[in-house]
Design a protein around this ligand. Sequence first.
Ligand SMILES: *[C@@H]1O[C@H](CO)[C@@H](O)[C@H](O)[C@H]1NC(C)=O
Ligand SMILES: *[C@@H]1O[C@H](CO)[C@@H](O)[C@H](O)[C@H]1NC(C)=O
Ligand SMILES: *[C@@H]1O[C@H](CO)[C@@H](O)[C@H](O)[C@H]1NC(C)=O
Ligand SMILES: *[C@@H]1O[C@H](CO)[C@@H](O)[C@H](O)[C@H]1NC(C)=O
Ligand SMILES: *[C@@H]1O[C@H](CO)[C@@H](O)[C@H](O)[C@H]1NC(C)=O
Ligand SMILES: *[C@@H]1O[C@H](CO)[C@@H](O)[C@H](O)[C@H]1NC(C)=O
Ligand SMILES: *[C@@H]1O[C@H](CO)[C@@H](O)[C@H](O)[C@H]1NC(C)=O
Ligand SMILES: *[C@@H]1O[C@H](CO)[C@@H](O)[C@H](O)[C@H]1NC(C)=O
Ligand SMILES: *[C@@H]1O[C@H](CO)[C@@H](O)[C@H](O)[C@H]1NC(C)=O
Ligand SMILES: *[C@@H]1O[C@H](CO)[C@@H](O)[C@H](O)[C@H]1NC(C)=O
Ligand SMILES: *[C@@H]1O[C@H](CO)[C@@H](O)[C@H](O)[C@H]1NC(C)=O
Ligand SMILES: *[C@H]1O[C@@H](CO)[C@H](O)[C@@H](O)[C@@H]1NC(C)=O
Length: 670
Amino acid sequence: MSVTLVTALLLFSLSFSCIQAAKDTTPVQTILPDATDRATNALDGLLHYFWEHDPRAKQIGFFFSCGQIGGWGGPTVWNKCSCNTKDACTDCYRWWDAVSLESIATYGIYTKSKRNATIPSIMYAHSPYNDKWNATAICTFIDDFLWYGIAYLRVYEWLQEPIWLNRSLGIYNWTWFYGWDDDRGDKNPVNTGCGGVWWNNCPDHHFKDSITMLQMLHLSSKLAYLFPKNDTYLVKAEKVWNWFFSFDDGYGLMTDEYLVSTGALPENCCNSSSKDPLTKCYNSKIPGTSYNQGLLMSSAAYLYRRTGNKTYLLVGMRALEAILANYTTDEGILIDEPRSYQNYQNDYCWGSTSDPGGDFFSFQGIFMVHLGYFVDTLRENGTFSDEMLDEVAAFVQKTSDAAWTRSAVWPPFDNVSDVCNTGPVNTTLTYPKFYWWWAKNNTAQIIPPDPRMYIHKTQLRCYTWTNSQILEGMFGSEEKCMEKCMKYKNCSKYLYQTDQSAVPGTDCWIWSYNRTDHFCNLTDYDFNVGIKRPVGGTCKGHCNLSTPVKTANGGVCYCDSQCAKHLDCCLDYVDYCQPKSPVPSCKGRGKCNRAVAQPIRGGGYCWCFSGCNPWYTDNNSDGSCCPDYLEVCEKISIPPCIDARSQGSAVNLFVAHLLLEQKLKEKEAA
Ligand SMILES: *[C@@H]1O[C@H](CO)[C@@H](O)[C@H](O)[C@H]1NC(C)=O
Ligand SMILES: *[C@@H]1O[C@H](CO)[C@@H](O)[C@H](O)[C@H]1NC(C)=O
Ligand SMILES: *[C@@H]1O[C@H](CO)[C@@H](O)[C@H](O)[C@H]1NC(C)=O
Ligand SMILES: *[C@@H]1O[C@H](CO)[C@@H](O)[C@H](O)[C@H]1NC(C)=O
Ligand SMILES: *[C@@H]1O[C@H](CO)[C@@H](O)[C@H](O)[C@H]1NC(C)=O
Ligand SMILES: *[C@@H]1O[C@H](CO)[C@@H](O)[C@H](O)[C@H]1NC(C)=O
Ligand SMILES: *[C@@H]1O[C@H](CO)[C@@H](O)[C@H](O)[C@H]1NC(C)=O
Ligand SMILES: *[C@@H]1O[C@H](CO)[C@@H](O)[C@H](O)[C@H]1NC(C)=O
Ligand SMILES: *[C@@H]1O[C@H](CO)[C@@H](O)[C@H](O)[C@H]1NC(C)=O
Ligand SMILES: *[C@@H]1O[C@H](CO)[C@@H](O)[C@H](O)[C@H]1NC(C)=O
Ligand SMILES: *[C@@H]1O[C@H](CO)[C@@H](O)[C@H](O)[C@H]1NC(C)=O
Ligand SMILES: *[C@H]1O[C@@H](CO)[C@H](O)[C@@H](O)[C@@H]1NC(C)=O
């Protein structure tokens, strides 16, 4: 399977010494503290504001985050920790506590210090994420446990105490046992013998997402690297690797641009070679968040060091190039994630108003720290050139400078800029806090492309005069209606009725590209619309022209001011035709609570009426609300929250920066 990949990669391998596309390499000319100072200050802030401050936290020791402690509490009850049992507080401990622990260990390793070395034991004593957890008693998130396995292994590397290896291996064995989809022969219906790692062990959460796969890969690879005489971990790492890369002729669960995709679809599928069409896995091809990329890179570096097999090195390098080319702003710093404008504008601390539940607060920092592992591991072995080091160091430094200058907030804090305001206990201490975003001021934020076939909008009803109707009928499911549309080259939209009350006897209408008789302007709970994504048509040179532009799939799209109304804008309409107002908004007469679409960058639309979807979306293929919908239309403004997750993410960034600063110094000295 990987043969194709190796060949494809080798063709390009000569370009490694000069990664292109970090868009601007001029250093920022400001006097700022060095990376060690930044990391130390951010870390002290993490401990002071989010570990020591809360009396309960002080008793039991965990990094708390607004709105998440104690369940779905919202901002006011962040300090109410409810424990499931007397020794297990899953409502207190979450996956990102492990990520923060890992950054403390990494800080210790890079600075060769034992600073805050009591923290791991305190956490271990209270966290339920260990191999004693009864996975059959309650739905268990395998990925959350894996973060702890990864963190404890890092603590082992830091403190060199065997107990941490034992704890990490305990979780490793446990997550493999409950997470790897094999046929153990224990008649557990949970396992299908298909391979891959479950995200969660409950059947209705049986998802094979990239992140869980990559965490397992990382832990296996790192163990393989740390224990070169022991093949157990290498065998497992290869097993995970082979599953991951069994897609798309060896490209694996990646997009064509070497960005790790969100995972396998349907999420509860078997594997890529399944003969059963209902369980066969496909690559979602939706670019995932950067942390996926980071874990793939660090794993690849360990596997290369362990085996000397160049495939791993090449994949790691490709993944790095893809980040530099596709996940950087035009200032050359890491983009803020998630990629939907909806969440981008709102630093909510409530899990319930954003998806994935505030988890995105941590993603960028994880990417950064794994980028550090990647560089460190390869540099040590002479397989990361000086030129590449310069390039990556410039990227990390600029991102770090941006975070330090734009996203830091200094005490005294207030409840307007930070609903989670914890304030300093000791007012003479002035550590900064950090928001989760680092590049926020950059309007050229990239939203990676969403390759889904349809731009989808629920609760929208369209009308057409019969001229553009291709057919109508009763198909029984939206998928079937969608498939029907795919069968016709000239199908531009389908309308699906979710129940039979409005039009008995028909549930699916298929329409051709005749914009003159298409109107999509009525909110209707019982209807959904799918618009075939107009891939390949460009507005370059076509703005404001009413003539259609041809797309790659035989259809047309438009670039005039009417296109949003007809839902037929070309995907780059905003970039070329509305460059001055790239961020869609509900401001303006008559936008609120009318079913009027706003075009967004990268294709798709957002909406300003109550049927809009306030959740995480990729290029609004789910009909999401425009970013300022709540504020403008519902007059609700939710102040931002700075919490342990965004602070921990900043620590990770500065720790990665610290490593790169050291590597640059070593280079100068050599
Ligand atoms: C972390 O280490 C610093 C420096 O030794 C110390 O001042 C601080 O109290 C420590 N914090 C915790 C929670 O251990
Ligand atoms: C785990 O939970 C299940 C279901 O509640 C129970 O039957 C089993 O005895 C528990 N196992 C252990 C080791 O406590
Ligand atoms: C950890 O150590 C305990 C006690 O020595 C042992 O029973 C257990 O098997 C070890 N766990 C692993 C995964 O090695
Ligand atoms: C591995 O995990 C399984 C399931 O929890 C357990 O039965 C087994 O004893 C574990 N092995 C080790 C070495 O910890
Ligand atoms: C790096 O490590 C790999 C695996 O041990 C080895 O094959 C390779 O020769 C090393 N490269 C250099 C430049 O030392
Ligand atoms: C290198 O690793 C890849 C991916 O695991 C594998 O397909 C290939 O056979 C390996 N090559 C060698 C020479 O072992
Ligand atoms: C991703 O990077 C590649 C290589 O530079 C480029 O061809 C492609 O257009 C980029 N895609 C996006 C969406 O920026
Ligand atoms: C954003 O950029 C503008 C223009 O460069 C600048 O005036 C402003 O201070 C910046 N805001 C932040 C928060 O950095
Ligand atoms: C506050 O912090 C300063 C600086 O670390 C320290 O000198 C002082 O004793 C602290 N005050 C209290 C009340 O803890
Ligand atoms: C499109 O619809 C308009 C208005 O109903 C009609 O006049 C025209 O003939 C149609 N064009 C095609 C190609 O069907
Ligand atoms: C939708 O558009 C049609 C055609 O322009 C128009 O007749 C109808 O009144 C509009 N409905 C709404 C709710 O705006
Ligand atoms: C690796 O080998 C397996 C099988 O022999 C042992 O069970 C592990 O304990 C061993 N791991 C380490 C870290 O030595």
